[in-house]
Design a protein around this ligand. Sequence first.
Ligand SMILES: CC(C)(COP(=O)(O)OP(=O)(O)OC[C@H]1O[C@@H](n2cnc3c(N)ncnc32)[C@H](O)[C@@H]1OP(=O)(O)O)[C@@H](O)C(=O)NCCC(=O)NCCS
Length: 178
Amino acid sequence: MPTRVQPCQISYEKFSDTHSELIKSFQNQESDLVAFLCEDAFENQKRGVSVTYLFFIEENGARNLAGYITLLSDSIEIRQNKCLQTAFESKSIGYKTLPALKIGRIATDTRFQRRGIATAMVKFAISIALDTSVIVGCRFLIVDAKEAAEDFYLKNGFRLLKEDCLKPKQLYLDLFIN
Ligand SMILES: CC(C)(COP(=O)(O)OP(=O)(O)OC[C@H]1O[C@@H](n2cnc3c(N)ncnc32)[C@H](O)[C@@H]1OP(=O)(O)O)[C@@H](O)C(=O)NCCC(=O)NCCS
């Protein structure tokens, strides 16, 4: 069983051009997530499309790149989920869509998986979403989940937006309930 990392061992930095060499060492079983980090993340950030944060683990005197998370603005269609629709309508909130922060990409380096890094990255995303909600309104954290990562999200408090077999599945976390 891999050792869990302590919060004091984890740090993060917003992705910048100073990281261009460092990210070449990143490994993950999903090649599209490695390619995104190396080829698209910085360009997307410069164009205001998404922002990527790199997460590091400090141990044995070394600071290693352990994961990354990419965030962007989005919204969800409330009518896709009857429970949500009913809950908002009962409060006289009848908008078709509500604002959300989306996890566009999330990946932990294969050498650091099952140690709590992605859980720490989700907690970070929740704190950004809550900060955002104070400034411009943001009700949910959402993600289009790869099948292999669904259990990870469910364990972290996300719920299925719609019970269907569409892939990827849209999951949401209500920031004002949890
Ligand atoms: C999904 C992913 C980001 C999880 O990263 P991680 O840092 O290993 O996650 P954590 O250590 O915080 O996991 C917390 C819990 O989530 C669950 N979990 C994590 N990875 C899981 C997996 N692959 N399958 C099932 N459950 C998983 C476990 O219950 C785990 O707790 P445990 O280790 O005590 O059993 C990582 O496996 C990954 O990079 N996968 C490939 C990329 C990917 O699918 N990204 C998501 C795109 S939507």
